[in-house]
Design a protein around this ligand. Structure first.
Ligand SMILES: Nc1ncnc2c1ncn2[C@@H]1O[C@H](COP(=O)(O)OP(=O)(O)OP(=O)(O)O)[C@@H](O)[C@H]1O
Length: 327
């Protein structure tokens, strides 16, 4: 497989701004964008690690890049095209998004198929037409798939391996990975990362990989991007990150997140001392963990409560209202 003809920019994010729609399908008036002023350019061959705390916006960014949320066409260009508007990006296999929903569905070429039925791994994998047999064999080997696995009986990790195999059958140009390796054993994860690295080095593919697991990743990324509260904090080649910090990758990211959390705690304390609600005005979709009664007392849910509230849980706040209880 040759390198991509266009060995230049593959992902261009220009001043991206995004707000999740409220229950009426529109961003609540006056709401702060969840993702704001986010710009990033990646080139063919780049392997970019996307890091940030829970709720920072990583999945949202990957879904926007994967064409799952609409933004203005100039804000996100993949291979020079708009990910949301140009559906051929996904159907051709040039753009591949592997995310969390994959536990339940196989997303292939833009279609999502439930995988609860009694079907063999072989039927799933060989059922996809127009695939290079050599690539298919390599993937089956890399992911150590037993073709006789019945998917409804397979373990989470086995099912995940089949799903990843399906997603990678077509030689993608841009791959978006949202924490898909959690179920994989160490050996499979290591072999998959090696395969993905080869895809970038030999074919000039571009990968963005959002993860909280840094085992075995020390030498994998070419770039690292750190996002906090929907804003870009840092985007650097891995070499520069190594020059900046003598710590391991995990310790480096841990130090960034610790600093972020300490600053946020300080801000909350100051707000409380000034008699303001402990949590800052909630951006549409911000996640708050804790006792909703406390949030209510702090003035958060002044409006109508849409969710059944019970004990400690996560809630999505829309301006001053709790509008959705997260599972
Ligand atoms: N469909 C939705 N509607 C409204 N808000 C949402 C929706 N999905 C996510 N959010 C909110 O957007 C924010 C960013 O979520 P996102 O899933 O992008 O974060 P993340 O960095 O991927 O987090 P994690 O590391 O926990 O996976 C969170 O505050 C979340 O509550």
């Amino acid at each position: 497989m040759g390198r991509l003809e266009n060995s230049g920019r593959t992902i261009e994010i220009n001043c991206l701004r995004f707000t999740y729609p409220g229950i009426d399908g529109h961003p609540p008036p006056g709401s702060k964008p969840l993702i704001d002023d986010f710009s990033l350019t990646l080139n063919a061959g780049d392997r970019c690690l996307l890091v940030g705390s829970n709720g920072a916006g990583k999945t949202t960014i990957l879904k926007i890049l994967g064409g799952k949320h609409m933004v203005e066409p100039h804000m996100v260009r993949l291979l020079g095209r708009s990910a949301f508007h140009d559906t051929t990006l996904t159907t051709s296999g040039d753009l591949c998004y592997l995310g969390g929903e994959w536990r339940r569905d196989v997303a292939f070429a833009g279609f999502e198929v439930p995988i609860q039925m009694d079907i063999s791994a072989e039927k799933m994998i060989f059922g996809v037409g127009g695939i290079d047999p050599q690539r298919r064999s390599e993937l089956i080997k890399v992911l150590d798939i037993n073709l006789s696995w019945r998917l409804h009986k397979a373990s989470d990790g086995q099912r995940r391996r089949v799903q990843i195999c399906m997603g990678l059958l077509k030689p993608f140009k841009v791959l978006l990975l949202d924490e898909i390796t959690v179920d994989l054993d160490v050996l499979t994860r290591a072999d998959l990362l090696k395969f993905l690295r080869k895809e970038c080095e030999e074919r000039g593919a571009t990968i963005i990989y959002a993860t909280h697991i840094f085992d075995g990743l020390e030498e994998w990324p070419s770039h690292i991007v750190y996002v906090a509260n929907g804003k870009l904090q840092l985007a650097k080649p891995m070499n520069s990150v190594k020059e900046m910090s003598k710590l391991s990758l995990m310790r480096t990211v841990e130090s960034w997140l610790r600093k972020e959390r300490d600053e946020e705690r300080k801000r909350r304390k100051e707000r409380k001392a000034r008699g303001l609600p402990e949590f800052e005005e909630q951006k549409e979709g911000s996640r708050v963990t804790g006792d909703p009664a406390r949030a209510l007392n702090n003035g958060w849910a002044a409006g109508r409560l849409h969710s059944t509230i019970a004990g400690e849980d996560n809630f999505v706040f829309s301006s001053n209202r709790v509008h959705r209880q997260l599972k």
